[in-house]
Write a protein that binds this ligand. Structure first.
Ligand SMILES: NC(=O)c1ccc[n+]([C@@H]2O[C@H](COP(=O)([O-])OP(=O)(O)OC[C@H]3O[C@@H](n4cnc5c(N)ncnc54)[C@H](OP(=O)(O)O)[C@@H]3O)[C@@H](O)[C@H]2O)c1
Length: 253
């Protein structure tokens, strides 16, 4: 039986990686899906693959005017939404001593501030019983070198999600976060590291997971389907860690 039949879901950053895989999974479960992105060509390519049940709306998460316009367009086209997946995000890594104001602003603007105001603008469109999901990260729970700004941006998101769960509970709206471990997506290619360094990083991280590998975007998408659906009807205000078992034993094996 389809878990999201007749639901309307909005996924930010849906043209790539986890967002794209989740759009595919939501559609397979019967939903109509709106994806956002900051690049029209990437959005068009994603929509061509997702098919007729998907719509793309250009909206840079860091631009508050875009998130206001996004809400207006969604209202005009769909009226309301049942699932909101705040997924758009970037990851950049640098030691604290080399982290500039611009570096911090870019990551906080997209990962936290943009997420906050996207939610705020879309709040009036959330149906009774809707499900809101945030894509956070296990980095917020550990002290991985060079991740101070990224981890803090996602920790802010997790705190926001918890508070939102309390504020939206009177409407029966559930709010949860998914904290992925290492997931194989295009995000690693956007770090600006040479391939050799990426390969070494990948090998080291894989060896730290109990399952000895990166996860897939589809594995996060399945968690998103679960949390978005009635299967998770008594789950709100929490974080589901999907990390192949890094956090349980972070020491080298
Ligand atoms: N992959 C992992 O190991 C991992 C682990 C933990 C958490 N996460 C989180 O998972 C989320 C998805 O990442 P991913 O791994 O699937 O990477 P990805 O393939 O790079 O996907 C990120 C998506 O967000 C979009 N995006 C970035 N900045 C945006 C902005 N300002 N406005 C609108 N869209 C924007 C990207 O668009 P472009 O294609 O234009 O860049 C892309 O569609 C992120 O929030 C990330 O922090 C990932």
């Amino acid at each position: 039986m389809s878990k999201l039949n007749n639901k309307v879901a909005l996924i930010t950053g849906g043209n790539s990686g986890i967002g794209f895989a989740t759009a595919q999974a939501f559609i397979e479960e019967g939903a109509r899906v709106i994806i956002t992105g900051r690049n029209q060509t990437a959005l068009d390519e994603a929509i061509a693959k997702l098919g007729a049940k998907a719509v793309g709306i250009l909206a840079d998460a860091s631009n508050l005017a875009h998130s206001t316009a996004l809400a207006e367009k969604v209202k005009a086209q769909f009226g309301s939404i049942d699932v909101l997946f705040i997924n758009a995000g970037i990851a950049k890594f640098a030691p604290v001593e080399h982290s500039s104001e611009a570096f911090l602003d870019e990551m906080m603007d997209i990962n936290f501030k943009g997420a906050f105001f996207t939610v705020q603008n879309l709040l009036p469109l959330l149906n009774q019983g809707a499900s809101v999901l945030f894509n956070t990260t296990i980095s917020l729970s550990v002290g991985m070198p060079n991740s101070a700004v990224y981890a803090a941006s996602k920790a802010a998101l997790l705190s926001f999600a918890r508070v939102l769960a309390t504020e939206l509970s009177p409407k029966g709206i559930r709010v949860n976060s998914i904290s992925p471990g290492p997931i194989s997506t295009p995000i690693y290619g956007k770090l600006g590291f040479p391939q050799e360094a990426l390969d070494a990083f990948g090998k080291s991280i894989s060896s730290k997971t109990l399952l000895g590998r990166f996860g897939t975007a589809e594995e996060i998408a399945k968690t998103a389907v679960f949390l978005a659906s009635a299967d998770a009807s008594f789950i709100t205000g929490t974080e589901i860690v999907v990390d192949g078992g890094i956090l349980v034993n972070p020491t080298d094996r």
